[in-house]
Design a protein around this ligand. Structure first.
Ligand SMILES: [Zn+2]
Length: 85
């Protein structure tokens, strides 16, 4: 199942995302969302109370290359299917 998070998902799970406790697919989805969504990028920059969070959150997801490639391909496929807003 492919999963691209909503803005609410991203903002709710940002700290878990940054500390690496989310599964790879969700992390890739959030990572991509943060690059596509100005609102969430701004939200992330506003979280200055958590030192280092923004820097960690914007680093590429860690994991095996195979996992990352599969997850990324699924997210990209989803993005291609989504109508442009
Ligand atoms: Zn967003």
């Amino acid at each position: 199942m492919t999963f691209l998070p909503s803005c609410q998902d991203v903002q709710t799970h940002l700290t878990e995302y940054a500390d690496g406790s989310l599964p790879m697919r969700r992390r890739v989805g959030i990572w991509i969302h943060l690059r596509l969504c100005k609102a969430c990028a701004r939200f992330l920059r506003g979280m200055k109370a958590l030192p280092g969070l923004a820097k960690r959150a914007l680093a590429p997801p860690e994991g095996t290359p195979e996992e990352a490639a599969v997850a990324l391909a699924e997210v990209q496929a989803t993005l291609r299917k989504r109508p442009k807003a």
